[in-house]
Design a protein around this ligand. Sequence first.
Ligand SMILES: *Cc1c(COP(=O)(O)O)cnc(C)c1O
Length: 398
Amino acid sequence: MKSWIELDEERLRGNFGLFQSVVRSAAGQDAAVLAVVKADAYGHGLEECARVLADAGAEWLGVTGVEEGRRVRRVLRDAGLGMDAQPRVLVMCGISEEDAQAMVTEALTPVVWSVEQVAWLSAAVTEGKPLRVCVEIDSGMSRQGVRAGTKLLEVVAAIAGAEGLRFDGVMTHFASAEVAGSSQTASQRHAFEGALEAIRAAGVTPAWLSVGNTSGVDMEDAAEPMVAWISRLAQTLGARPLVRAGLAMYGYVLPVEGLGAHSCLAGPLQPVMTWKAKLIGLEDIADGAAVGYNGTFVAERPMRLALIAVGYADGLRRELSSTNRKPGGWVMVHGQRAPIVGRISMNLTTVDVTGIDEARMGDEVIVLGEGITAEDHARLAGTIAYEILCGVRAEGRG
Ligand SMILES: *Cc1c(COP(=O)(O)O)cnc(C)c1O
């Protein structure tokens, strides 16, 4: 293989445990963490991560759609887990009519917010266990969910009136969780509380209240931190708090914005993914030699360049390219930084190994991992660690 990823399962397990203990110390032992494995577990591999997280004790996993839900069920079945021993699986990113049957047969929990979705699901349940559904409140992000008001009451009534469905949870999602003291978050909390009040007045009691993502869980600014807030609301309803988290599972947090607040998770979480590539060429070049497309870098001294078998088609962002004036990214060769030289090509990248005398053909080079993180890539590429991790398209797994 020319480039591959390696997962540290112990770190994945450790990150889950750490996050869960932070949540439980604020919300009590009945709080649960929903480990998000959507988008192929943020590029880490859905099957492997689902298996490890289930084994680590996750009561809930979160996926994008039914296809990922099926894959989770399959890998857990293959691991010998009966349905009763498997985590609940929340399908978070909407459903279509064709998905309804699979929700039932695979025992997935759909997130719904319209009467139409409720009708599809209700038609798919024939006999046996009722299908538990989770209602999403749009508390102000205007992405998915239903706003508090008449529409919400219609959805609640539709679920209550459908014999095969059970109202199981209420959730919402915050748009600015990583911003300390955000007024948008405050207004979203207020809207969510209003929706809960309306649901309660309609005579429905959810078993779960779910909010959150990695950010904001332990932010040390709020008068009432998010986890304490959701646990208080859950208590008044006799529901269990459920905090959703993806990025933290894989060892990253977003930097907190503003007010000197910080996340105590940033230190102890450990990145799970290491992305490696093979060193497939070594070349000494002379002073004045141009390197790569358009010769954006010209050697100003004799250099030793290594060629590595990875490029932007594999997910190594082209923004990590360098010129003489603007340094770019780097890879790790024998524990030392080897700066990227010139433009990153589709499947090839040249790096400077002058002075790294141990470098040999066939060596393993770290493209992302110890010494160069997804945050480093994100900063250089002008994006977030999420997009970097999801964008890794290594040839295989080691
Ligand atoms: C992806 C997602 C999350 C997880 O967010 P992180 O920031 O990765 O922790 C939580 N909730 C919903 C609805 C999501 O789509």
